[in-house]
Design a binder for this molecule. Structure first.
Ligand SMILES: Cc1cc2nc3c(=O)[nH]c(=O)nc-3n(C[C@H](O)[C@H](O)[C@H](O)COP(=O)(O)OP(=O)(O)OC[C@H]3O[C@@H](n4cnc5c(N)ncnc54)[C@H](O)[C@@H]3O)c2cc1C
Length: 598
């Protein structure tokens, strides 16, 4: 596997040119944040990711985490890299200045998260979850809780976890059993077992702050009876340090297919002292702050695996010689041509490139919307950004990870048999990518969220808000002859998206189960059209820069060329998903469970 190189040029293109973050920050009144500052972060972040984290990716995979008597030791070098990350002030970028944070908007660190994640996804899970814990305590904690936990979580000296899953339930949190009993002093005794808890126990920080879902005595059944608690591994000593050990321990760690250097823990809560965050029985609503954060984080993972598959595949495709180009020898002095001459290898490379760069644009757009939700002065602007982000989050999480897995597989395929061999790193990329469509809500669950909650429950309004934006973009570029081959199909798919949604809505009125049968294809269709919009935006910007004589023509021409590939070779897949939806539900439901037998 060639060394990971942070794609800084593309990151700057998306941040500065397509999303115009300078204009965005000025509009939000963030005068001290601009592209110059962002560029400095990008340079430093790239050095950290390439020099400190990427070299630990394979060794971390081979060594894995160690478990002995409740103690988890991370692979060699992980702890030291984390100490450097904390020393560099990286965890504090987005935190509230009142608690030691730098108060920077989320969009300013999204590329840093991508770089650390692509260099070493397992490592990035440790700080990644802490950001979600900070956001949750900032949004729902009391002043006392903020003072007790935020300074150390913000600095990275402590890390956080999200504790939802139990042995009998992951998707269906309504049936979780962990109990929280009032102790008479305002705290609660938390008892139960959580499984699959990422970074639940490790040796990288002096304390771990668990954010835990549990039920109060006599709480209503289902999701309406869940509350949220802070459960620290060590109690705080009142002076910002740690005191006695709390009653939460790691029972074991999982042996997994991928992300082996990320500790996935069984956590036993044995009457551990916990503190309620937010109102009683509204815990799931509060936890959505964490979950939305984690969903965007997982969407970054999709970009990461596409990028790694692409970078690895490209290096190999230029070097490996096999057969001759069908158009005549391209390397006449050599024994054969490099495999990059073959259309099918190019198909795989361009697919990975289109998913990496398109996914990046989508995830960064979501981060920009997140800034608006948090900081826009105008209520209406805030609401619009919130609605759009709610619609795009399940698409970003599920679509970008599904295509990330595809791109990771192309990485293996481009290497031929060598892709299956460990030393090239491509098989690790596939194994690490596999989890991304499962955790933080499986693709099936994200699809139900998109079609059921976000689209149907708003009577299509959330979708119309977005298709209106796409429609306006198409109108604005309607006279652009050079972009016709992108704008015309985009406008057609955008219209069809609304019509198809109406048709699904009509069927769902007669049979609510229809939504379940249509959801994943609907999500994939939505993903292909959303990425088409972003590819058209990127092509339009590239064309504008060429016309303005901005220089760097090769970069912009490659953008336009990749956009054309996306529209001609990937977007047509949307039609297949539409066809599958129209295939209906009956063929999926007619077989009784017992007749599935083989
Ligand atoms: C490595 C790893 C790290 C993790 N990290 C964390 C963590 O830090 N914190 C945490 O709390 N959890 C974590 N998880 C748990 C993860 O979020 C869950 O595994 C995931 O949400 C799925 O839940 P489940 O495994 O119980 O599957 P189930 O809920 O049992 O689902 C099984 C299958 O049924 C499908 N399904 C279920 N219900 C429906 C439905 N209504 N309609 C259609 N299909 C349905 C699902 O899509 C899935 O395909 C982690 C898991 C792993 C493997």
């Amino acid at each position: 596997m060639p060394d990971y190189k942070a794609p800084l040029r593309d990151m700057r293109f998306v941040l500065n040119e397509v999303l115009d973050l300078d204009g965005h920050y000025a509009k939000l009144g963030l005068e001290e944040v601009n592209s110059e500052l962002l560029n400095a972060f990008l340079e430093e972040g790239a050095k950290f990711a390439e020099n400190e984290l990427a070299p630990l990716n394979r060794s971390g995979d081979e060594e894995g985490c160690h478990f002995e008597n409740g103690v988890v030791t991370t692979p060699k070098g992980f702890k030291e890299a984390y100490a450097k990350y904390v020393e560099g002030g990286w965890p504090a970028m987005g935190g509230d200045p009142e608690f030691g944070g730098q108060g920077l908007p989320g969009s300013s660190s999204i590329a840093i998260s991508e770089m650390t994640g692509t260099a070493n996804w397992s490592w990035s899970m440790y700080p990644g979850l802490s950001h979600g814990a900070v956001a949750t305590i900032e949004a729902h904690g009391t002043d006392e809780q903020k003072n007790a936990y935020l300074p150390k979580l913000t600095s990275g000296e402590w890390t956080g976890t999200m504790c939802l899953t139990e042995p009998h339930c992951g998707s269906d949190l309504g049936i979780l059993k962990t109990k929280a009993e009032p102790q008479g002093d305002g705290s609660y005794a938390i008892t139960g077992t959580k499984i699959f808890i990422s970074a639940g126990e490790h040796d990288m920080a002096e304390n771990i702050v668990h954010i835990v879902l549990a039920r109060l005595p006599d709480a209503p059944k289902g999701t309406k009876g869940i509350s949220l608690f802070i459960v620290p591994k060590f109690h705080t000593d009142g002076n910002g340090g740690v005191g006695e050990r709390n009653g939460v321990t790691c029972g074991s760690i999982e042996h997994k297919m991928g992300i082996k250097a990320s500790a996935t823990c069984v956590m036993n809560f044995d009457g551990a002292t916990g503190y309620l965050i937010g109102p009683e029985n509204k815990g799931l609503n509060c936890m959505f702050t964490f979950m939305n954060f984690a969903r965007l984080g997982t969407a970054i993972q999709g970009v990461a695996h596409s990028e790694l598959g692409f970078q690895g595949g490209l290096a190999y495709a230029k070097e490996r010689l096999a057969m001759r180009s069908l158009a005549g020898p391209k390397n006449p002095d050599g024994p054969a041509d490099p495999i990059i001459v073959h259309p099918d290898v190019r198909r795989m490379l361009l697919t990975s490139k289109a998913f990496a760069e398109g996914g990046r644009a989508l995830v960064y757009l979501c981060a920009q919307l997140g800034d608006q939700v948090k900081l826009a002065q105008d209520d209406e602007e805030r609401k619009q950004a919130d609605d759009l982000m709610a619609l795009l989050t399940p698409i970003a999480k599920a679509f970008v990870t599904e295509v990330g897995l595809e791109a990771a597989n192309h990485g293996v395929q481009i290497y031929g048999g060598h892709g299956f061999i460990r030393e090239w790193g491509m098989e690790q990329n596939v194994r690490d990518a596999r989890i991304s469509t499962l955790y933080e809500g499986t693709t099936g669950i994200q699809a139900l969220d998109l079609l059921g909650r976000k689209v149907m429950m708003t009577q299509g309004q959330a979708l119309r808000n977005f298709t209106k934006i796409v429609h306006k973009f198409c109108e604005a570029h309607g006279d652009n002859a050079d972009l016709k081959e992108l704008i015309e199909p985009l406008a057609a798919y955008n219209k069809e998206w609304g019509e198809m949604t109406q048709a699904v809505g009509m069927q769902a009125m007669q049979n609510p189960e229809y939504v379940g049968g249509a959801a994943v294809d609907y999500l994939m269709y939505s993903g292909y059209v959303t990425l088409a919009y972003l590819w058209a935006r990127m092509a339009a910007k590239a064309q504008e820069q060429i016309a303005a004589g901005a220089g760097d023509e090769d970069f912009y021409k490659a953008k336009i060329s990749t956009a054309r590939f996306y529209f001609k070779r990937l977007l047509p897949r949307a039609a297949g998903h539409k066809g599958a939806i129209e295939g209906g539900l009956d063929c999926m439901m007619e077989l009784d469970a017992e007749h599935f037998a083989f």
